[in-house]
Every structure is written in C-alpha cells, then in structure tokens.
Write a protein that binds this ligand. Structure first.
Ligand code: FES
Length: 148
C-alpha cells in the first residue's frame, strides 16, 4: 500500500535537496522516491508544478522577474526584454557562461514597489533598465573577482 507523505514534509525534502545542489536531479528524485516511499510520478508532478524547483543545473544567479499585473504595468515587460537581450537567453533558459538563469515568477509581494524581481531569492524593487544594468555589471564583476 502506498504510504502518503504530507505535502509539507515533501516540500521540505525537495527544498533541502535543491538548496544543496541548486537543482533536483532525476537521480535525486529516484533516491527520494525509494527513501520516502513516494511514487516517482508524484515527485515529478510536484517539481514540475512548482516553478521554484529546478530539475536542471542553474546559473550562478537565478533571476526571477515578476510577471504579475503591478509589475507588468510598471515597465516589467521592458525589463524582461532588456534581461533577455543582456543575458542572451529567453525566459526559462540559462546563459552559456553559467552566470544567469532567467525566469518569470508570479507576484512576490512587492507590488507597491513595482517592478520587482528576485535574484537568488533576494528581492530587488523599483527596478529600471539603468539599475538593472548596474546590478548585472556588479554581479559579473563580483563573479570575476571570485575566480581569481
Ligand atoms: S505584482 Fe510584482 S510584486 Fe506583486
């Protein structure tokens, strides 16, 4: 008989695994399935449903631009287009240099400071193309320093 795990326990397990590696591999899902007695199909269903889970390696910086109304109506689309051009990827992709993964997310609760986005889970609000240019420049420079 299938043992049903509580959703919150499963979410905790998945978050822990993603925090360790930046994504949840198929191999990891198989291990969780065996260890926890959860059908693999259920695990795949959960990680594919929630956009916060990734099943492929991610860029060093995961950029999630808010695609909900307050942000979209406050130049969010312009920022999205700028990001796609600047990073060289489309929504849902990771740059070839492994620096950035770009996603669209639903409201992150910063509507009064729209447009907003998350970078590695940190909120950035009242964004403009100019602020975004500076931020990307800083992130690239910080990454180069760490490599030296
Ligand atoms: S609509 Fe973008 S943060 Fe709420």
């Amino acid at each position: 008989m299938e043992r049903k795990k509580g959703t919150s326990l499963l979410m905790n397990i998945l978050h822990e695994e993603q925090d360790k590696h930046g994504y949840i591999s198929e191999q990891t899902l198989k291990k969780i399935s065996v260890d926890e007695g959860i059908p693999i199909s259920r695990l795949f269903g959960v990680v594919k449903f929630y956009t916060m889970f990734h099943t492929e390696p991610q860029g060093k910086y995961v950029v999630e631009i808010c695609g909900s109304p307050s942000c979209v109506l406050n130049n969010g689309v312009q920022l999205e287009k700028f990001l796609e051009k600047e990073i060289g990827v489309r929504i849902g992709e990771t740059s070839k240099d492994g620096m950035f993964s770009l996603y669209k997310t639903s409201c992150i609760g910063c509507c009064n400071e729209a447009p907003a986005m998350l970078i590695n889970g940190m909120p950035y609000t009242k964004m403009t193309v100019g602020r975004l240019q500076l931020l990307l420049k800083k992130l690239r420079a910080a990454s180069k320093k760490k490599k030296k």
